[in-house]
Design a protein around this ligand. Structure first.
Ligand code: ADP
Ligand code: MG
Length: 730
């Protein structure tokens, strides 16, 4: 045992848990060892095949059949060396999680013998029986075929002795049934136009790609306590629970010392992540007790999204080894902070430039302001769609709850940039400026943005979309979400905006204006036109809600309303124009999302009904009987005057319990009726709205009475672990 490095928990338990990494190994020794990355490919492929793959990754060129056979065979050899027996296409169906269907390499050759076989065909395409994945009617059940197709830009990896090949997932008719397909298409659209725009500034730029660095928040809860809470097991959250006397009031958890059990989990998670090439770098405690965050170094967006999906999966696996359960729900506990997933987004170029970095020179500044004005304009034009991109039943409980960004999308840029934008707004048009200057096409007088922006974002953690020095941080994303969705929305609205920008600038050029003048004029116009999206104040305040309404910004508090922006004419045209999604695909996704919303509320409603009826009410009645017996006994032993005096509180408690019991019973019955009625509605959106307006309101009411009972009933009898137990790791 001494040959291995032990985590704190292992030391406590005196046994190894999970994988064991020899103490002599540095992270760099095993980093990426479970991925078929470019270095591995270089070692395993011929020069020719390697070049073809790299070109496919970098330029999107095709890989021909001969080469795919070679790659498959190299992958197989690499994987067999690591004890792998199966392979699977790994994809992100619209359920929100990841899907796998494992096939063995084994291929019988007769006479009781077999060989391991994996050919190009199996690498590039699989046909999983896809009839049970949500398709929003795109795939009718008799034509249930769905195809997965290899995405060579995301490295294959080994998970649980299985070779996993990242793929897209499309229907027989070519419609996308996953998150990755629109993401890849949005990247292509953005790359094409962004390169054209970048040529105004630098002729060497011939690739632009979005980068994403996510920050994942989560809760840890002891696995045994979790198992004793049917609500958590079935819905991922608690539906009842009186607040713990102490929770996050003292802010003593935030950035505090990490509990050794949690730390052991994190260390193990990091080892697993690093083996898979997920560059986890940061870990810390979050605001609520037992709430944590981890974040990697940012990556190209497609890889970052895959890595986040993969991380959410391995978190769950690693947690089991530590007798924990990871909660990724946006609001697992009422009354304390929920969890989000901040998406740090930027644009990088093949020349190593971050387009959102205000540069050193005047020309870098000019480029930066031009790109920034396009982002402001894009978000302003499509704020409703941005909100829709993060809409989910869980996230509704967080957004606008005074602990997370509101359901109103606005942009925070900080004091210094605001000052610059205001200055530009006041400047005369560039044409006047340059002609004063001998009519030379030079950049002058653009207010300089300091090279080092002081990070004033910590002073405003309330903005849903904040500029943080050299990237934007989209903070309204839910902790359980597949980040592909907010990312393909952001990429697509940016692609569209840059298209407009190019047209607007080219129009002025055609009129004979100098290039920098044209760029300046369009930029200035965008800054002015998008002014209403900028907000530097407290986004959690009630004043902002009023102000935002005056500015005409949408405030869709619930998913069924927010999602409408996904199927508006504007959105349909946007995605059609950039060939990211067809109207049919958008409508299908709209239906899937709404159905998921309805089902989540339906499940939660059933869990509430079942728990109230089977756990809470019998316990309350049991305890009430004890009190009644006790009162009877007192009556026997006390004279009637003393009894009246002393039993008052006791009798009141009996009455209180009766009231709570009867309210709960009534509400559960009415909720069930409301559900029955809602179930009769065929129209998906109306059904979702009925669930929201007619079923969901009972949740709070029932909970109120249950939580009151929790305080009245003997602790020994209470059937569910309490918040004070769930929230503190022992
Ligand atoms: P913090 O917010 O904790 O101060 P940073 O702002 O440096 O830390 O980084 C937060 C997240 O932003 C990290 O996941 C990091 O990888 C990511 N990030 C940093 N630069 C970029 C970028 N250019 N593009 C995308 N994400 C980035
Ligand atoms: Mg940050």
């Amino acid at each position: 045992m001494s040959n291995f490095r032990f985590t704190a928990l292992e030391k406590t338990l005196n046994r190894p848990i999970g994988i064991v990494v020899p103490p002599s190994l540095k992270v760099s020794d095993y980093y990426g060892s479970m991925t078929f990355n470019s270095q591995t490919m270089k070692e395993h492929l011929t020069d020719e095949a390697y070049k073809v793959v790299m070109s496919a990754i970098e330029k999107g060129t095709r890989i021909d059949r001969k080469i795919t056979d070679q790659i498959a065979s190299a992958m197989k050899a690499w994987a067999l060396n690591r004890g792998v027996s199966h392979y699977t296409h790994w994809f992100h169906p619209l359920t929100g999680s990841t899907a796998e269907k494992h096939d063995a390499f084994i291929h019988p050759t007769g006479q009781g013998k077999a060989i391991e076989q994996f050919q190009g065909d199996s690498l590039i395409q699989q046909e999983p029986d896809a009839s049970s994945f949500p398709s929003g009617g795109i795939r009718s059940t008799f034509e249930a075929r769905g195809y997965t197709a290899w995405d060579p830009t995301s490295p294959a990896f080994i998970l649980d002795n299985t070779l996993c090949i990242p793929t897209i997932f499309v229907s027989y008719t070519g419609d996308s049934l996953d998150y990755k397909t629109p993401l890849l298409k949005s990247m292509r659209a953005l790359d094409t136009i962004a390169v054209e725009v970048c040529k105004y500034f630098d002729k060497n730029i011939d690739k632009v790609y979005p980068t994403l660095g996510w920050e994942q928040e989560y809760f840890l809860v002891d696995a045994a306590l979790y198992a004793a809470r049917p609500d958590m097991v079935l819905t991922g959250k608690t539906v009842f629970g009186h607040p713990s006397a102490k929770d996050q009031q003292l802010s003593d958890h935030y950035f505090g010392t990490i509990h050794n059990r949690a730390l052991a989990f994190m260390q193990d998670l990091e080892i697993e992540s690093h083996k898979l090439g997920i560059p986890l770098k940061t870990r810390h405690n979050e605001v609520a007790p037992s709430q944590f965050e981890c974040a990697p170094v940012f990556e190209e967006v497609n890889i970052a999204v895959d890595h986040n999906q993969l991380l959410m999966h391995i978190m769950d696996v690693v947690a089991r080894r530590h007798e924990f359960k990871v909660l990724l729900h946006e609001k697992p506990y009422a009354g304390i902070n929920g969890s989000g997933k901040h998406n740090n987004w930027s644009l990088a170029t093949n020349t190593g430039l971050n387009l959102l970095s205000p540069g050193k020179s005047a020309s870098d500044n000019f480029r930066f302001i031009a790109i920034l004005s396009n982002i402001l304009k894009a978000v302003h034009t499509h704020e409703g769609l941005m909100r829709a991109s993060v809409a989910s039943e869980g996230n509704d409980l967080r957004l606008g709850a005074h602990e997370a960004p509101p359901a109103i999308i606005s942009v925070f840029v900080g004091e210094q940039i605001t000052a610059t934008l205001e200055e530009i707004e006041k400047m005369p048009s560039r044409k006047a400026l340059t002609s004063n200057n001998g009519n030379k096409d030079i950049i002058l007088d653009i207010p300089k943005i300091p090279e080092i922006l002081f990070d004033n974002t910590d002073r405003n953690r309330t903005s849903p979309f904040a500029f943080t020095g050299n990237k934007f941080e989209f903070r309204a994303v839910g902790s359980s979400a597949n980040t592909a969705k907010p990312m393909f929305v952001l990429n697509t609205i940016m692609a569209d905006q840059l298209n407009h920008f190019k047209q607007d600038v080219d129009k002025l050029l055609a009129e004979g204006m100098k290039k920098n003048d044209a760029i300046f004029n369009v930029t200035r116009r965008y800054i002015i036109e998008s002014k209403n999206i900028r907000f530097e104040g407290n986004s959690y305040s009630d004043e902002w809600i009023k102000e935002a309404a005056n500015r005409g910004l949408s405030n869709n508090r619930s998913t069924p309303e927010a999602l409408e922006a996904f199927v508006s004419e504007k959105t349909i045209e946007l995605f059609r124009k950039h060939q990211v999604m067809t109207e049919k695909e958008l409508l299908a996704r709209f239906d899937i999302k709404l159905e998921k919303y309805t089902k989540k509320i339906q499940i939660e409603s059933r869990v509430i009904g079942d728990l109230a009826t089977n756990h809470i009410l019998p316990t309350a009645i049991h305890y009430q009987n004890r009190l009644i017996e006790n009162a009877r006994g007192l009556k026997e032993v006390l004279d009637s005057k003393t009894f009246v005096k002393l039993s008052r509180n006791q009798l009141n408690t009996i009455k209180d319990i009766s009231n709570h019991i009867s309210s709960i019973k009534d509400d559960v019955e009415m909720m069930t009726e409301a559900r029955k009625e809602a179930n009769l509605i065929e129209h998906v959106q109306q059904k979702a709205i009925a669930y929201k307006d007619e079923v969901k309101p009972y949740f709070e009411k029932i909970r109120y009475n249950v939580d009151k009972l929790e305080m009245l009933v003997d602790d020994e009898l209470w059937p569910l672990p309490k918040y004070r137990e769930l929230l503190f790791i022992k």
